[in-house]
Design a protein around this ligand. Sequence first.
Ligand code: NAD
Ligand code: UDX
Length: 480
Amino acid sequence: MVKICCIGAGYVGGPTMAVIALKCPSVEVAVVDISVPRITAWNSDQLPIYEPGLDDVVKQCRGKNLFFSTDVEKHVREADIVFVSVNTPTKTRGLGAGKAADLTYWESAARMIADVSVSDKIVVEKSTVPVKTAEAIEKILTHNSKGIKFQILSNPEFLAEGTAIEDLFKPDRVLIGGRETPEGFAAVKALKDVYSQWVPEERILTTNLWSAELSKLAANAFLAQRISSVNAMSALCEATGANVTEVSYAVGKDSRIGPKFLNSSVGFGGSCFQKDILNLVYICECNGLPEVAEYWKQVIKINDYQKTRFVNRIVSSMFNTVSNKKIAVLGFAFKKDTGDTRETPAIDVCKGLLGDKARISIYDPQVTEEQIQRDLTMNKFDWDHPLHLQPMSPTTVKQVSVAWDAYAATKDAHGICILTEWDEFKKLDYEKIFENMQKPAFVFDGRNVVDAEKLRKIGFIVYSIGKPLDQWLKDMPALA
Ligand code: NAD
Ligand code: UDX
């Protein structure tokens, strides 16, 4: 029986390993983590992450060929293949701070693998890492290995949160990079044999190590670039009377461009896009390519601009002040169908509104009050981009409340901001909401989820990103 161990039981390690266990009953999979609460949750009925379909997969395999444990060393020692799926956040201090990936967790995992191993192993980079990380990892492993042989593979993960199980069941591609040596080819084949249990052969791509590592950064940069492109267009649409949904549809009909990932929004969030682009920017700078670095940096700058533009639009529409006005924030997660708030645009929008002394009442179906308070009080690391908002002071904390549903959040509010595209926000009783709000009542739709015409008929003043502005908004232009 092949034994797999995955270091890191997070958003990637947990779902990915659960699907491998489900699809490969003859493989024993252990997911290990240093976080005791995380592992306890994986072994309970309340999994540590919300992901549609995940519960079902875990229930089918847990205790059979899928195990969650804090005994990291034991499972690493026994494994034939060790996946490393630890976090690789942006460095916050020292050389490359604000851009480079922090590989502290990766390095300590690699040192531990070298320390505890008593047999040859394939070590798989599942985390997103800078190009050439495999070379550094090889050095750590071989310098500490006591004669044991390690083969390093790069097998980046392309799942998106909210659709992780679907993406893992039917990936567009699985990418495996390895050394172009007989041992390297054999290691690639061993990993390919795992995926080929359910992924068609033509979707398993094999490349050299550096192409695999760079492809992950490139894919995220291209995806984020599409969003920044459509968001840049949304500003021009508002200025000209064009409708961004119509523009995206027309542009996406070109088969060379395609229709996906062209939804204008308040800005992209999530743990990957910003971090991976910053990482790419840093790698370009280190390789003497400042023009290329500057090109990709613009993707983040437009994303920051879009969040700032949204806050400015709210403030200017409401007579240039939201001081002491109640604003309901519907949605805090970075996208629907997840409780994840990492880099969610809601943090910047809320901090922007609090900066203008608004009182905000937040409702999200999956994000806890504790998480929201933590996100809003955390000191956001600022690199050289404009949104260096300060953490909230104790007085500002009092300006934030968390509601148990959308009706409670919007009661007596002056305005509503929709920041996550949860399906339930489309189906709310907006007549009832309107009755219970201060007048004039505003809706600022950061995800284009509501039927703006219907809401206008009820009496709301509605702002939808990238859509023609109504007279009220035209009369109160937002200052960028
Ligand atoms: P995460 O923070 O949810 O999980 C990482 C886990 O690793 C944590 O539970 C942490 O306790 C554990 N860990 C850290 N150091 C450890 C060590 N030395 N030993 C044991 N456990 C350790 O992160 P994530 O979202 O799963 O992301 C993991 C990697 O995958 C990152 O590099 C990320 O860029 C990449 N990625 C993430 C996504 C996504 O959608 N979240 C998608 C593709 C790729
Ligand atoms: C992303 C990549 O899609 C995935 O392949 C990679 O493995 C991890 O990073 P994720 O961040 O989980 O996945 O979600 P994604 O669906 O890409 O959305 C990222 C952000 O972009 C969200 O805030 C989302 O709301 C926003 N978005 C997405 C838009 O604003 N418009 C779009 O058209 C699509």
